[in-house]
Design a protein around this ligand. Structure first.
Ligand code: F6R
Length: 629
């Protein structure tokens, strides 16, 4: 889940001809350096400094990890590395990254897995001679064995990371006669177990960088003045016009002459480029204090967009689901909460039973999957390792896969037989908000498609969007005041029943991840089976109890918590004296309540985070894209 990026400036400038859509990329699409006057090109387009581009890209990749960062550039026959602990701006201040320059550079922003958050463990990592540098995302599962073998050969390690074996092994392969970096990379990848994406540079091969991936994202970006390799298109979206995925197990080689791809056997592979979806990647803050605030307030418009989605894609997926003997959602975190609500929608609207399995537990049920199973993989990033792994197992068992994703190009979209996209633009805040809302919207539409009532679903969603807009603007100030009164609480409990219990779980997750207050969400009926023992005088209990089939029973649980001194915050369309604080929501059809009741919970958590001096966009220890298992 770290962010990796490399940029190589074209000396010869932009392609002689605009690339044909989907043309194969074999270097020759770029005009060679000798066929044009480089100076005139550089005057026309400005000579991009590779370090500046990599730093800019790292800022866009910080959502993937932000505990340390670093950059490597070629310098006097070796590679100069500067790295340290902290966000990219802090590392720049400490190490003066901005003073580095070059035609080619690689960089990294880290989310620690192996080894603590220290300067030595920050990337890039190099071999002993400092002539091979690597930035890496993922986990090499057999790194201890490889490390022991390298130690036995007298190689000294400077970090505790799994990554460091990579530059040492590449250097050995080059010493042992592999003629070029890509051949050495191919040879070392054959020794790895696990999943990874990394980019490497070799001081002996000026102007070249090589990237490889296995079950981790890596994309190539084509700009007028150079090419990128990065974990995500966001890293280069301001500059690139086209992009191409690096295939699983493939190697991308970027030089001054262009880009080429080879497979694990060293054979050339042809890869298609596609235009960049720049609208998707527009991540300006637009005057908001935080991305999270902007993304919460973007939800009504996102619902409206979701209501307009194409009929055919819904119907195709709906038929597959209806025809399956068993239907299983797999997802993690917030996406799993959305799936739990989707499950109720399938049951209520289309009378189709389904189950929800956590991504990290899914594999243990693999023996029960078969050709009559449909797996619905829900993931905004489309690259969560636990979900990807489960989907792989499901496909091996012959199951069909419906992928519900937000990113335009991602692993799970590639793996899906049916792909339903959220289309709500990039979500930058680490805490998922608008993608959760759109996942609910997709399930609402899908459930209605399964019941042959798509148009009804559309009208309902659009109506919910209008109500949400009014509600959010009316509630913002009062929720900030509520947050102020509760900001020193040590614990929060969230309860709800039926379709509302996952809303309670999501409210609790939002609270704990961005404000660092302990918060637990649960089905309201479970409270009395243990957790009630923790309710004391003044303990905040958030009850999601709209006026639906769950109302009366949830209110009983509210009374039980209140009798033990709980401070009850009720989210409902029915006012009640049993609430110490009331968050009013509009009256809607019962299946739409989650859409309306989750938004105040997101806003409450947001204000709580800001009032407690936390950064809601970058909570400690977390990252937006979780590509490790
Ligand atoms: C919480 C949050 C996480 C993600 C989880 C799955 O706000 O964002 O719990 O929901 O890591 O991520 P995706 O949806 O990318 O698979």
């Amino acid at each position: 889940m770290c962010g990796i990026i490399g940029f190589c400036r074209w000396d010869g400038g932009e392609p002689a001809l605009a690339p044909e859509p989907n043309c194969p990329l074999l270097g020759q699409m770029f005009r060679s350096a000798t066929t044009m006057a480089p100076e005139s090109h550089l005057e026309a387009h400005g000579a991009a400094d590779a370090v500046a581009r990599v730093m800019e890209g790292l800022h866009h990749l910080e959502y993937r990890g932000y505990d340390s960062a670093g950059i490597a550039v070629p310098h006097n026959g070796v590679l100069m590395v500067r790295k340290d602990v902290g966000h990219i701006n802090e590392v720049d201040t400490q190490q003066n990254l901005s003073a580095m320059t070059g035609d080619i550079a690689i960089g990294h922003t880290r989310w620690a897995t192996h080894g603590g958050v220290t300067q030595a463990n920050a990337h890039p990592h190099t071999d002993a001679s400092g002539r091979v540098a690597v930035v890496h995302n993922g986990i090499l599962e057999n790194y201890l064995v490889l490390r022991r073998e390298l130690l036995a050969q007298g190689i000294l390690f400077r970090s505790e990371t799994d990554t460091e074996v990579i530059p040492h092994l590449i250097a050995l392969e080059l010493q042992n006669g592999h003629p070029c970096l890509e051949d050495a990379v191919r040879a070392v990848c054959a020794q790895f177990e696990g999943s990874y994406a990394f980019v490497a540079m070799h001081a002996g091969e000026q102007g070249k960088m090589v990237g490889v991936r296995l079950d981790n994202p890596l994309v190539v970006g084509y700009a007028e003045d150079g090419a990128y390799l990065a974990s995500d298109v966001l890293a280069f979206s301001p500059h690139a016009t086209r992009m191409a995925q690096v295939g699983d197990g493939e190697i991308a080689v970027i030089t001054q002459e262009g880009v080429r791809f080879i497979d694990a056997e060293g054979c050339e592979v042809q890869r298609k480029t596609v235009p960049m979806d720049c609208k998707w990647a527009d991540t300006a803050l637009n005057g908001f204090a935080h991305y999270m605030q902007q993304e919460i307030l973007a939800q009504p418009a996102a619902l409206e967009l979701c209501s307009m989605r194409e009929h055919k894609e819904l119907i195709d997926a709906a038929f597959a689901i209806l025809g399956a003997r068993q239907v299983v959602f797999t997802a993690c975190g917030t996406s799993r909460h959305a799936a739990l609500i989707g499950r109720y929608l399938f049951s209520k609207v289309a009378h189709k039973f389904s189950d929800v399995l956590m991504g990290s537990e899914f594999g243990y049920f693999a023996p029960a999957l078969g050709t009559d199973t449909v797996v619905i993989a829900v993931s905004q990033s489309g690259e969560t390792a636990d979900v990807v792994e489960g989907v792989k197992l499901a496909k091996q068992a012959g199951a069909r896969v419906v992928s519900v994703v937000n990113r335009p190009s991602c692993l799970l979209a590639d793996m899906g037989d049916y792909v339903l996209r959220l289309k709500c633009g990039a979500e930058v805040g680490v805490a998922a908000t608008k993608t959760f809302m759109c996942q609910l919207a997709v399930f609402h539409m899908l459930a209605h498609a399964m019941a042959n009532r798509v148009d009804e679903g559309r009208v309902e969603l659009s109506h919910a969007g209008e109500l949400l807009y009014k509600m959010l603007h009316g509630l913002n100030y009062s929720l900030e005041r509520l947050a102020f009164s509760l900001k020193d609480s040590g614990h929060f409990y969230y309860i709800g029943r039926g379709i509302n219990f996952a809303t309670a779980m999501e409210g609790a997750l939002k609270m704990k991840e961005i404000s660092y207050i302990h918060a637990e969400g649960m089905p309201a009926g479970e409270l009395k089976h243990g957790t009630l023992a923790l309710i004391e005088q003044g303990t905040p209990v958030v009850a999601v109890c709209p006026n639906d089939e769950t109302y009366a029973d949830t209110m009983n649980n509210v009374m039980e918590a209140r009798a033990r001194g709980g401070y009850i915050i009720g989210i409902s369309d029915v006012p009640s004296d049993s609430f110490d604080y009331s968050i009013p929501i509009p009256v809607v059809s019962p299946l739409l309540y989650p859409l309306l009741s989750v938004a105040p919970l997101q806003l409450l958590a947001y204000h709580m985070s800001v009032l407690r001096g936390c950064n809601p966009d970058m909570p400690r220890n977390l990252a937006k894209s979780v590509t490790v298992r």
